[in-house]
Design a protein around this ligand. Structure first.
Ligand code: SF4
Ligand code: SF4
Length: 64
């Protein structure tokens, strides 16, 4: 499985990832992105490509 991980120190709250994610993994609140549904990630690759701050990584293999 895949899990989306956001580095909040880098995130600028632009919200591009919210619109880019087909699995609706992200929400922006109070100027930061929260991967509320991170475990729904399918590793489509959209968010690492679109994030202008390089704030998103995809972790692989947690939970088998
Ligand atoms: S695209 Fe990147 S900088 Fe913008 S809200 Fe998402 S994680 Fe934050
Ligand atoms: S890789 Fe795709 S499915 Fe996973 S969090 Fe990013 S946009 Fe969503």
């Amino acid at each position: 499985m895949y899990i989306a991980v956001v580095n909040l120190k880098k995130c600028n709250g632009c919200g591009y990832c919210v619109d880019a994610c087909p699995s609706k993994c992200f929400e922006v609140s109070e100027g930061k992105c929260w991967a509320q549904r991170a475990v729904e990630c399918t590793d489509c690759g959209n968010c690492p490509d679109i994030c202008p701050e390089g704030a998103i990584g995809i972790a692989v293999g947690w939970g088998g």
